[in-house]
Design a binder for this molecule. Sequence first.
Ligand code: E4P
Length: 224
Amino acid sequence: MKFMLDTVNLDKIRYYQSILPLAGVTSNPSIIKKEGKIDFYAHLKKIKEIIGSADLHVQVVGKLQEEIEKDAQDIVDHLGKETFIKIPVNEEGLAAIKSLKSKEFKVTATAIYTEFQAYLAIAAGADYLAPYYNRMENLNINAADVIYAMAEEIKRSSSPTEILAASFKNVNQVNQACRNGAQAITASPDIFEQALTMPAIQKAVTDFHDDWRETFATEKIYEL
Ligand code: E4P
C-alpha cells in the first residue's frame, strides 16, 4: 500500500512526513483554499522540499480540454515533469488525459464516482484512478464494490494503472478501500490521527510501560 496526505498544510506535512511511510501529497483547489490565497507554486515547491522523492499530485482548474492541457503544462513547467496532473473524468477531462498521456505526462484521473469512468480512464492510460469514497457513499453508491470492480478491470486488462482511493471521512472507509483492491490511499491528516491515537492503543502503551517500571524500577531498558 502507498499512503499519501491529502493536504497542502506545511506544518501537517512536516509532522506526518516524519511519522508515515509517506508516498505522496495530493490536493485539489478546495484543499488549497483552506490555506488561503497562498503563493501557489512557491508553496508547492516547499512541499516538494519537505517530501523529497515522494510524489506530488496537483489538480488542474481549467474546464475545457485546451485549458486543462495548458494548466498541466504550466504545472510541470514549475514543478517538474514527474508531477502527477489530477484531471476530473468528464468528456473534456478524458480527452485531455488521452492527449497528455500521448505526451508522457503523469496523470491521476480524479472525481471518479462510477466504474465506467474508471474503465475509460484505465483505457486512456491514466497512471492513477482516484475514486471518491465518501462522496460515493453520500450518493448511496457502494464505494467498496466500485473499487473492487476497478481492481478487477486493472487485472483483466493487465494495466499498470493503480487505484489511489480518496475522499475519506473515517478509518473504516480506508480499510474497505484497501481490502477491495486500492493500491494507494490519500487521506487528510485527521484520518491518520484518528487511526494512531485511539485510546485503546494509548492504554496498552501505558499498561506495558507501568508493568515494566514496577518490575525493574526503571522506565528504560537501556538503564538496566
Ligand atoms: C483527492 O485529492 C480528492 O480530491 C479528495 O480526497 C476529495 O475529498 P473530499 O470528498 O473530502 O472533498
